[in-house]
Design a protein around this ligand. Structure first.
Ligand code: WT7
Length: 688
């Protein structure tokens, strides 16, 4: 994090009291009630979670034990012996609670006139049909189904159909390209892939099925591909006996056909979701049925103060955990109405979000700082022309919210009144961990406030904790969670070693983030301290990008680090040592960028590629990224202990190269144009 950003964060002094209006009917009403909940969870966590699990979900069979903990192996199993089904909880039970004709899902396509709405009854029918269809493809309990789909209702239907059968879904963000998709399908050993002919993004079609075909040659586990006709792409190639159109597949299943829910063990996996780890290989985070769903419903209800007539809009793409928990499972488990949007915030004009808020009378808006920053840049005129008066709660997730963006969001979207719930969490945690209650917590812009009841978050240090600039009166260190919670990941798919690595350093769950705690016990997230980069709220692994760069024949060696970026929070900065005979040219830069784009996706394409003669290394040959990070951020002195360098003389040319690249950026029109194109591209990706 840049010194400048840190200073603005830490000198931010203003605080905001929760609104009085609407408080009396809130789920967590006022600070005293919140205090009582924190205490209750502390006094008897098992009792607290058991009460929430019974209040929020329908269990076919109650648990024998609330928590079975194997402290040595860090295995925590919630609600053991209990039986339930996520699809039943998200649909069936609402049919008998007066919500049969309530909108479960409202979908807005990219085109203004494209709107689809599913009541709970309609969702039930479609989910049952698809469950039958998957079953006819021999998908059974425990099988993996990969969902490489755009933001369309069929994605939600497919997830719930998998849950109904007991199959484990694994969504793959539709912005991923070849390598990203392949490693995820292979990692999950998926039997079926569900996709669409194309995704629609900012007025353009992005073929998905055609993208998938070459990948499937290297995925022997896949027996069938189901293709949704979403964009009427006419030249989709269908491989006989393997590929089937979604509409053909479900046609045989009549509309009144029920598909009974599989009775799942609370600790049967509900889904797998890959995130970027410290290695080049994506990590398959596995979530449980009982614990995860309890935690999703619990946090959705309290953090968003979800009421029966609310329209809830989580703008995240369902390819990420945020979309799973707060776009699908949390709201549907509560019988709420959830919005889904196919398009991007700034296309055709930067008013798309505000237009939708007015059009659907949205009450809760949950988005990411990067979206706010990009819309903020477009000016207030876009927000002023819409009636945003139905909004009650604003939310933020994915990266630290800089006070400037916070105030803009608060003033222009929240009419200087609405609470902003800035929620800290991760793919691994299943749901929000540190977050305010909208009607109970005093807000400090830039802070995620306090750990939720039952969440034992702390900042710890060890001998190797890297320098973290700390102002007086605050503690900083590694953000850890010391006690288990129901949303905690079940494990890492087929990688026990990776799972154990989360517990290695401190003996409890280590998040990989740095944080500070201030004198009021408020948490301030400083960002990742492992080798991840947070681009527009998406976690990318430096190792994965380095591996792709190194796979290019031009490259001898590459090191990738984050750099501060005004819109995306962090950008990607790559240092590349080319092979001897390769010239340092724009052509090579372009080729490297294209390769990353093609292999991982536009999201991972480096902002800057700096050619270097050599990288700073320790005597044992390890690249010292800490220094490269500082240089990428424009800090040239204060590079830390340089005595560890095997060849201290490599630093000067690297600094010189960075200065040149920054100068060149202003001078070379063509390079600037390219950057701009890239930025536009990733703006389209980033609302997720
Ligand atoms: C990383 C997790 C689950 C959210 C979507 C991303 C960063 C998340 C915040 C926040 C500051 C945040 C952290 C975290 N992060 N929320 N409110 N303030 N940083 O999920 O891909 O698993 O990434 O996102 O660095 O470790 P993810």
């Amino acid at each position: 994090m840049s010194q400048e950003r840190l200073t603005t964060l830490l000198t931010e002094q203003r605080s905001y009291l929760p609104p009085q209006h609407g408080k009396s009917s809130a789920w967590v009403c006022g600070s005293e009630e919140a205090e009582a909940l924190y205490r209750a969870a502390l006094d008897d966590p098992n009792d607290f979670w058991a009460a929430r699990a019974s209040q929020l979900l329908h269990w076919f069979k109650r648990w024998d034990k609330v928590l079975e903990a194997d402290e040595e192996r860090h295995k925590y199993r919630w609600f053991t012996g209990a039986k339930l089904n996520a699809s039943f909880n998200c649909i069936d039970r609402h049919l008998f609670s007066g919500r049969r004709n309530k909108a479960a899902l409202i979908w807005q396509g990219e085109k203004e006139m494209d709107v689809r709405c599913f009541t709970y009854q309609m969702l039930y029918t479609e989910v049952c049909r698809v469950a039958h269809a998957l079953s006819s493809l021999r998908i059974r309990k425990g099988d993996r189904v990969a969902l490489y789909m755009p933001m369309i209702p069929e994605l939600v239907i497919a997830m719930l159909a998998c849950a109904r059968i007991g199959a484990i879904h694994t969504t793959i963000f539709s912005g991923y390209a070849e390598g990203g998709v392949r490693s995820r399908i292979q990692g999950a050993k998926a039997k079926v892939v569900i996709t669409a002919d194309a995704a629609v993004r900012a007025g353009k079609l992005k073929p998905l099925k055609a993208n998938l075909d070459p990948i499937l040659e290297k995925c022997p586990s896949v027996a069938h591909v189901v293709v949704v006709n979403h964009a009427d792409l006419y030249d989709v190639k269908m491989t006989p006996n393997r590929d089937i159109w979604w509409h053909d597949l479900i046609e045989d299943f009549t509309l009144d056909v029920d598909f009974p829910c599989e009775s799942m063990d609370a600790n049967d996996p509900l889904f797998l979701l890959h995130t970027s780890g410290s290695t080049g290989k994506p990590t398959g985070i596995m979530h449980s049925t009982g614990g995860y769903l309890t935690y999703a419903a619990h946090t959705t209800q309290w953090i968003f103060d979800m009421r029966d007539d609310d329209v809830h809009w989580c703008t995240a793409d369902i390819g990420w955990i945020t979309g799973h928990t707060y776009g699908v499972y949390g709201p549907l488990a509560l019988g709420a109405t959830t919005m889904m949007f196919e398009g991007v915030p700034n296309w055709p004009k930067p008013d798309r979000y505000w237009r939708m808020v007015e059009k659907f009378r949205v009450n809760i808006l949950y988005t990411a700082p990067t979206v706010i920053r990009s819309l903020m840049r477009m000016g207030e005129a876009w927000t002023e022309r819409y009636d945003l008066g139905t909004l009650r709660i604003l939310g933020s997730v994915g990266e630290p919210m800089n006070p400037e963006a916070w105030h803009w969001y608060h003033r222009n979207i929240g009419g200087s009144e609405l609470p902003i719930v800035d929620t800290w969490w991760q793919t691994e945690t299943g749901g929000a961990m540190i977050s305010p209650f909208p009607y109970a917590t005093k807000l400090k812009p830039g802070s995620v406030t306090k750990p939720l009841p039952g969440v034992d978050a702390a900042v710890l240090r060890d001998g190797q904790t890297p320098d973290m600039d700390t102002s007086e009166g605050r503690r900083s260190g590694h953000l850890v969670i010391r006690k288990p919670w129901p949303g905690m990941m079940l494990g890492v798919y087929n990688d026990e070693e990776k799972y154990q690595s989360y517990f290695q350093r401190f003996g409890c769950y280590e998040s990989g983030d740095g944080a500070e705690v201030d004198e009021d016990g408020y948490f301030w997230i400083l960002g990742r301290i492992d080798d991840s980069i947070n681009v527009s709220g998406h976690r990318l692994s430096t190792a994965e990008i380095e591996a792709v760069l190194a796979s290019c024949p031009e490259v001898a060696e590459a090191a990738v680090v984050p750099m501060p970026h005004p819109l995306k929070g962090e950008g990607i900065y790559a240092y590349v040592v080319t092979r001897d005979e390769v010239p340092w040219s724009e052509d090579v830069r372009k080729k490297l960028r294209d390769t990353v784009r093609r292999d991982i996706g536009a999201l991972a394409s480096p902002e800057y590629i700096q050619f270097a003669e050599a990288l700073p290394k320790t005597c044992s040959g390890k690249v010292i990224r800490r220094m490269l990070r500082k240089i990428a951020g424009g800090t040239y002195d204060d590079l830390g202990d340089t005595t560890a360098l095997a060849k201290p003389e490599v630093l000067k040319p690297i600094i010189f190269g960075h200065q040149n690249l920054m100068l060149g950026q202003h001078e070379t029109a063509s390079a600037a144009a390219e950057e701009h194109g890239q930025e536009k591209d990733s703006t389209a990706e980033k609302q997720d």
